[in-house]
Design a protein around this ligand. Structure first.
Ligand SMILES: *Cc1c(COP(=O)(O)O)cnc(C)c1O
Length: 223
């Protein structure tokens, strides 16, 4: 099936309130343009340099989401245009995003990445760390970022019960953090679910899914 057909099929199978991020990492601009011409406007990349290049060469009404792990010293390259950063997993990074956003006189939306996987859990913060951050005085001073939700990645496994447990954990963290939120953050987004598990993620409360291979086909990392 074509990219256009894949998109149409996915869109018709998800509720209207769920946002679809087309994960286009490693894919050529011609593929992204096919999705763009089919109406897709949100694209997700996991490498800052690749996202910058694609941003420069594509229409300007695209919303670029950074879904990968972010190194602090690279925030400056995307600060002028990135629309949502999914993988924020520490305060220092949040503070750097704030600093770079300020230089461009803008407010950058961020999601706190929560560690939900029992395996493969290199990135993400604990629920306790997240709640401490959003209640802290220093957080309330960051005027150029807005924490709008949470993001999580389930363990890479075939065990559906385990994945479901991990998604439920993120939903639980989201609801608990919502109870603590102040004027400085209005939580509305739960970013969870990829090609293999987005239906399950939506059942567990996801409001934003990040889908790559089901739209663009399998990735070839050797390019
Ligand atoms: C690559 C990637 C995805 C998309 O994965 P698919 O299985 O191709 O849908 C989603 N989220 C993150 C963080 C990724 O790095």
């Amino acid at each position: 099936m074509s990219i256009q057909e894949n998109l149409k099929k996915i869109k018709s199978s998800i509720p209207e309130h769920v946002k679809l991020v087309a994960v286009s990492k490693t894919k050529p601009i011609s593929d992204l343009m096919e999705a763009y011409n089919a109406g897709q406007r949100i694209f997700g990349e996991n490498k800052i340099q690749e996202m910058v290049e694609k941003h420069e060469n594509m229409p300007k009404d695209i919303q670029w989401h950074m879904i990968g792990h972010v190194q602090r010293n690279k925030v400056k390259y995307m600060a002028s245009f990135v629309s949502l950063i999914h993988g924020v997993d520490n305060y220092k990074l949040l503070s750097e995003i704030n600093k770079q956003a300020k230089k461009h006189n803008r407010v950058i939306d961020c999601l706190l990445q929560i560690r939900i996987a029992t395996e493969d859990s290199k990135f993400g913060m604990s629920f306790e760390d997240a709640s401490e951050i959003i209640q802290s005085e220093k957080f309330s001073e960051l005027k150029n970022i807005k924490v709008t939700g949470v993001m999580g990645m389930a363990t890479f496994t075939d065990n559906e019960d385990q994945i479901k447990n991990e998604f439920n954990r993120l939903k639980f963290a989201f609801d608990a953090l919502k109870g603590l939120q102040s004027d400085y953050c209005k939580l509305e987004t739960i970013s969870m679910g990829m090609s293999g598990d987005y239906q399950l993620a939506i059942e567990c409360g996801s409001t934003m899914i990040r889908v790559g291979s089901s739209i663009f086909g399998t990735r070839n990392y050797s390019n």
